[in-house]
Design a protein around this ligand. Sequence first.
Ligand SMILES: Nc1nc2c(ncn2[C@@H]2O[C@H](COP(=O)(O)OP(=O)(O)O)[C@@H](OP(=O)(O)OP(=O)(O)O)[C@H]2O)c(=O)[nH]1
Ligand SMILES: Nc1nc2c(ncn2[C@@H]2O[C@H](COP(=O)(O)OP(=O)(O)O)[C@@H](OP(=O)(O)OP(=O)(O)O)[C@H]2O)c(=O)[nH]1
Lengths: 192, 192
Amino acid sequence: MELLKNKIRQEGKVLSEEVLKVDSFLNHQIDPLLMQEIGKEFVKRFSDQNITRIITIESSGIAPATMAGMILGVPVVFARKRKSLTLTDHLYSAKVYSFTKKESNDISVSKDFISNEDTVLLIDDFLANGQAALGLIDIAKQAGATIAGVGIVIEKCFQPGGDLIRKEGVRLESLAELQSLKNGQVQFVGEE
Amino acid sequence: MELLKNKIRQEGKVLSEEVLKVDSFLNHQIDPLLMQEIGKEFVKRFSDQNITRIITIESSGIAPATMAGMILGVPVVFARKRKSLTLTDHLYSAKVYSFTKKESNDISVSKDFISNEDTVLLIDDFLANGQAALGLIDIAKQAGATIAGVGIVIEKCFQPGGDLIRKEGVRLESLAELQSLKNGQVQFVGEE
Ligand SMILES: Nc1nc2c(ncn2[C@@H]2O[C@H](COP(=O)(O)OP(=O)(O)O)[C@@H](OP(=O)(O)OP(=O)(O)O)[C@H]2O)c(=O)[nH]1
Ligand SMILES: Nc1nc2c(ncn2[C@@H]2O[C@H](COP(=O)(O)OP(=O)(O)O)[C@@H](OP(=O)(O)OP(=O)(O)O)[C@H]2O)c(=O)[nH]1
């Protein structure tokens, strides 16, 4: 997605060979009109599917997922990483391992908001090691939902997440695919 | 806002005299088209102001704030409750006290995304004790920003948040004002 790739080139900061900072439009400050374009692009890529619900994870997945839901006219559910005041029981949960923190934590979705009648699009901001996306896939499977696929804003293709998702037989659409962050440079897949 | 009040009447669950559950459209599942209407209503109410940025708090504030930002064409910043991979320094922070947990925690906004040149609209989903809203006001003041006001989706008028905000001299616009949650019933301000 050229608009997104240009935004990354202009505003992305390479913090290390492994980490791209895009706080100015995705992870802390949000560019709502860019999010709307991202939503449109997700909807376009999955237009062959009859999506009934979008599932994402708090917090950075919420804006892109909500825009896709607005365009499709379907509800959006954000998986919680922590119990909330009103989300306490009647849940599907999945363990998500963090390589950085070396610990597992649960993500949860209420059974009220996903069922075997749903065809779900799973959306998140970054795809790196893939544990969060695998957690969402696990929850969708527990619910017996049909998985239309995973939609990712930025994928780090040099990390295993993409392969893990494809190994599950799930379709993956990433709007920006990073080949490398070496030498302080953003290099997209298919570029020199 | 009648559309919102009707949604609350149809789908809201009164959990106690103090807590209304609206997980089906605001706090876990999101109704994106309702969020768009909520965004429009916030923009309408503050149309006399030259808002340059919207500030909210993760997670439930993100969807309504992003819709308002989309309609105004301005960036939206969500204050973080925890350090993130990329939000580590160069921050404005405020303490937010939780009466339930009996503890204070910091919320933070990067200094890159708010300044004395901004006129900010502060948006959140619920207004109860008001500590989160006061934290956002504190951050806006530290940055020297002009505060257009606070926009709240659902205010519990029987709790002190609204008074605390007005005591700060800040304008408050709440789209649904709850008079009471007694007897398992939602009663809005101005109703029998
Ligand atoms: N900016 C940025 N973020 C990255 C990058 N790679 C991974 N992340 C994010 O960092 C967080 C890493 O989460 P961990 O669970 O600790 O995973 P990991 O160590 O196994 O990678 C996730 O944020 P999250 O759970 O999605 O948090 P939130 O932003 O939704 O609150 C993930 O999206 C990157 O290159 N740049
Ligand atoms: N559904 C519902 N929620 C309420 C109600 N009253 C307060 N809340 C939410 O509960 C959380 C209470 O936070 P605390 O910081 O513990 O505050 P408190 O005990 O002083 O009220 C906040 O969620 P938050 O920080 O905004 O979390 P998030 O949803 O953004 O993750 C607040 O918005 C209510 O009547 N119904």
